[in-house]
Write a protein that binds this ligand. Sequence first.
Ligand code: SAH
Ligand code: SF4
Ligand code: F3S
Length: 395
Amino acid sequence: MNRENPKKFRVKSFGCQMNVYDGDRMTEMLTDQGMTSADDGEEADLVVLNTCHIREKAAEKVYSDIGRLRGKDGKSPLIAVAGCVAQAEGKEISRRAPSVDIVVGPQAYHRLPELLEKAKSGKKALDTDMPIQSKFDVLPTRKKQARPNAFLTVQEGCDKFCTYCVVPYTRGAEISRPWSDLIDEAKALVDGGSKEITLLGQNVNAWSSEDDKGRRQGLDGLIRALDKVDGLGRIRYTTSHPNDMTQELIDAHGDVPKLMPYLHLPVQSGSDPILKAMNRSHTTESYLDILRRIREVRPDIAISGDFIVGFPGETDEDFEKTLAVVSEANYAQAYSFKYSPRPGTPAATMESQIAPEIMNERLQRLQALLNEQQHEFNRQAVGRTTTILLERNGK
Ligand code: SAH
Ligand code: SF4
Ligand code: F3S
């Protein structure tokens, strides 16, 4: 392991697709610096752990990963902790794990080369600023893509402050990237070989910008413009918030050929009092109404969702209502989690936290229902002829 003059690096991303995107950009930047990506099994001189802070288990994982990086000789490669744990825990990380050399937040990773210089000379390097100058203005242009299905971050940050969630603190305030930057980046991805682009944002459907003619555009406008990019086959977007689901965006699912029939729309709970305590600012009815309207224009759409069970104060009755909403919504797939109290969030100090056994039981019941729906959705695909995109070689 060459810590003084690192040549081989590895970037490992955890958490959401926005981290995957950031990981791709860090890879491109380090390649620009003359370094090369280590192959599977090959030793790396620099390892970037691009972390997630959303639940306790995800956040704690980084410390066991750091431990595992030590070689047989007791030496570690240069270790950089990036992503949301870096933002949330900052200096605390190198205190708990002294082998960490670099700590860099999600809005500061364009400064990785400078931080690396510092680390090479044996100093600890930390940058968790949320600088005024956006990383997007500084990062090198996109390279030939290994991914047929590329990611493109269009919106970052969150102003919604759901009471359980760390994202507004780890990613900062909502920003929308400008129209022309996105069109250019999308074209560069397609030129580099990508067939599908997934537009990303913590609240992707809150994206808004002026187009090249000075007209205000929402995500539907951007999707319509990307639909005209030659060589691009498919468009997706994630994650959407129910409150930003405009009729224009719903309509786009009816008449934009390249927009895939898929919508990930988290509801979290089927009980209105719980949604209120979560500060979700939508109701179960407004959520189900969106699903009805989108199925009107695109009956075969695959609906996906996120759920949290065991939010503080959730009663058996609240939970039954979640099951009822799932029955009505009819998901093609979904993600469900036990509530995890996160430091600094309002829900962590709420009274009536739910016992782990109750959370386990609720999660099992919810997942059984969601699995059943997923199987049913998959069964409907049997015998259908459709175009598919091969994303990678299988094992
Ligand atoms: N911006 C997206 C979600 C981002 S986080 C949205 O609002 O839909 C991804 C998912 O993690 C959330 O939808 C939620 O279901 C889950 N999650 C977030 N914080 C959590 C916590 N403290 N405990 C358990 N699950 C959580
Ligand atoms: Fe978190 Fe809520 Fe923002 Fe989603 S909308 S990122 S759950 S605060
Ligand atoms: Fe995790 Fe940060 Fe994404 S906390 S889910 S990596 S925004």
